[in-house]
Design a protein around this ligand. Structure first.
Ligand code: C5P
Length: 223
């Protein structure tokens, strides 16, 4: 369970809601640590692919999860740099395929249990911004600050499109929208820690808000 003296901002929401960009700005502002929990699921799916562990081989996935280490390096104006088992694999994890593979293994209860310990170990002074789907509901239920970001699927697909395009990925907007909608359904309908706002979370629809406006609201909440 999280230590109540170390502040945590649990920042949850669906893909493309702005959690990564906004979470890192807030973490940099306060000098807090940043946990990109989606990168853990993406990283495990990537490792499984590398080691030829099938997505339904539960004990194989748990063994990989138990041995996995993750470091999130916060970067200004960019996605966080992700180091898994000592290797930087940020770009490999960003593709839409990696997101789909992550959401296929994410419903497995034993996998989530193995990854829970790793996520809680990220709670260190002076504070933590934890970005994900179940930060406020399951991983850090006692978090002092809980914000759930959302936006229409069309706007989230367009943001993801711009982000992937700027990284040189060959992307198609209609296909990205379909994939985001499929991932929303899978993430919100699973039995284990489904995507949903914690009862005590502040819900912010970012469809019509700029990054600065969202950041200002979150900083006002923390200050
Ligand atoms: O946030 P991101 O798109 O990187 O997450 C990839 C996938 O990992 C999500 O679609 C979801 O299935 C899974 N995930 C999760 N719980 C989290 C973070 C991500 O189940 N806390």
């Amino acid at each position: 369970m999280n230590n109540p003296v170390i502040p945590v901002l649990a920042l949850d929401g669906p893909s493309g809601s702005g959690k990564g960009t906004i979470g890192q700005i807030v973490a940099l502002k306060y000098g807090w640590h940043y946990l990109d929990s989606g990168a853990i699921y993406r990283g495990l799916a990537w490792l499984a692919h590398q080691k030829k562990v099938a997505s339904d081989d539960v004990s194989g996935l748990v063994a990989l999860a138990d041995a996995m280490t993750l470091v999130c390096h916060v970067r200004e104006n960019d996605v966080a740099q992700i180091e898994i088992n000592g290797q930087i694999i940020t770009d490999e994890l960003r593709s839409d395929d990696a997101g789909q593979m992550a959401s296929e293994i994410a419903p497995i209860a034993q996998v989530r249990a193995a990854l829970l310990k790793m996520q809680r170990r990220c709670l260190k002074a002076p504070g933590l911004v934890a970005d994900g789907r179940d930060m406020g509901t399951t991983v850090f239920p006692n978090a002092e600050y809980k914000v759930y970001l959302t936006a229409s699927a069309e706007i989230r697909a367009k943001r993801r499109f711009d982000q992937l395009k700027s990284k040189g990925f060959d992307v198609n907007l209609a296909r990205l929208l379909e994939s985001i909608q499929a991932r929303d359904v899978r993430d919100s309908s699973r039995a284990e820690s489904p995507l949903k706002p914690a009862e005590d979370a502040i819900v912010l629809d970012t469809s019509e808000l700029s990054i600065d406006e969202v950041v200002t609201r979150i900083l006002n909440l923390i200050d």
